[in-house]
Design a protein around this ligand. Structure first.
Ligand code: PBG
Length: 322
């Protein structure tokens, strides 16, 4: 008999020789909180995911932490949006209210990560502020990111995660945090973030679709790989403590290259479209949902990600515990 099959004979043998193991602590759960709603509102394109009210957010966060997930990634959806995304750093802005509530409920028992971007907060849906000619103004946006980072840290975020793909954003944010005496707050940089069709369902969840144009002027071109290494190197040089590759499944080669190239933690973000594909195929009876979830997340870890950001984090954590 050829050697390959001898170690696959029983489930116990396969378990013994498995090279990739999943643990709840490696998983981060994204959560959405919306201002001005009394109960959780389901997101149609993401079965099982909701826009939370402040109360339902607290409950979901508590349950997720009890399941053992390693961290929570929070997105805020304000009732009123404007050109500069003022609710992102307003003290009474929903994301900052929610961060204070979660930090007071959970203390340091989990890692509270604040997504740091403007697209959920601007009326035009772009990730930065616009110049007159409707182009995203890089450096004006950096000033907004700096203020948001300080506000989120003050509200209780353990970590800030800038996702807007502006040039120089990590340096701007690191500088602002340091000047505000928040030297201990790490920056988890969405360093290699592609302009992806797989963000579609998220834009319903976060109500942040661009009202005109697209994000191809700042997010990366799916055709490129070397550029990811340049973006990652730039973010590390600017002070990033850990980095994200996003999306994950169509970019496992990038996860793998980046993981080999750096010595900081690497997270793969299994985005909304990756989630929705499997849920939709499940609804049609076309795929074995639980196996597909396990297989995709194992694949992201096997490619080299230390951490996986996934909407199935709490569910999978509970499965891994049982
Ligand atoms: C931007 C942001 C996006 C996602 C996370 N942060 C959307 C975008 O860039 O259009 C996508 C996450 C997902 O699809 O699950 N703040």
């Amino acid at each position: 008999m050829a050697r390959g099959r001898r170690l696959r004979g029983t489930a116990a043998l396969r378990r013994l020789v498995a090279q990739t193991r999943l643990a709840p602590a490696d998983l981060i759960l994204p959560l959405f909180v919306k201002e001005g709603i009394d109960e959780a509102a389901p997101v149609a394109s993401m079965p099982g995911v909701a826009q939370h009210s402040l109360e339902s957010l607290r409950k979901a966060a508590n349950e997720a932490v009890a399941s053992g997930v390693g961290g929570l990634l929070l997105f805020g959806i304000p009732a009123v949006k404007d050109g500069s995304g003022s609710q992102a750093d307003a003290e009474q802005g929903i994301v900052n209210v929610a961060l204070r509530a979660l930090r007071s409920d959970l203390g340091d028992s989990t890692v509270l990560i604040a997504d740091l971007c403007l697209c959920e907060y601007t009326d035009h849906g772009h990730c930065g502020v616009l110049r007159g000619d409707a182009v995203v103004d890089n450096d004006e946006t950096l000033r907004r990111y700096a203020a948001i980072a300080v506000a989120q840290a003050a509200a209780g975020a353990h970590v800030v995660a800038p996702s807007g793909m502006m040039d120089g954003q990590i340096a701007a944010i690191r500088g602002a945090l340091d000047s505000a005496d928040r030297v201990e707050v790490p920056v988890l940089a969405y360093a290699a973030k592609y302009a992806s069709a797989f963000y579609g369902p998220f834009r319903e969840a976060a109500e942040g679709a661009p009202q005109f144009g697209d994000r191809a002027g700042y997010q990366m071109d799916p055709a490129n790989s070397d550029e990811a290494l340049r973006e990652v190197a730039q973010d590390l040089a600017e002070g990033a403590d850990a980095i994200i590759v996003k999306p994950a499944m169509p970019y496992l080669d990038i996860v793998s290259r980046v993981a080999r190239a750096v010595d900081v933690p690497v997270a793969g973000y299994q985005v909304s479209g990756e989630f929705a594909m499997i849920e939709a195929a499940t609804e049609r009876g076309w795929i074995d949902r639980d196996r597909a979830i396990l297989e995709t997340i194992t694949g992201i870890r096997r490619a080299g990600a230390d951490i996986v950001i996934t909407y199935w984090a709490a569910e999978l954590a509970r499965r891994l515990n049982s």
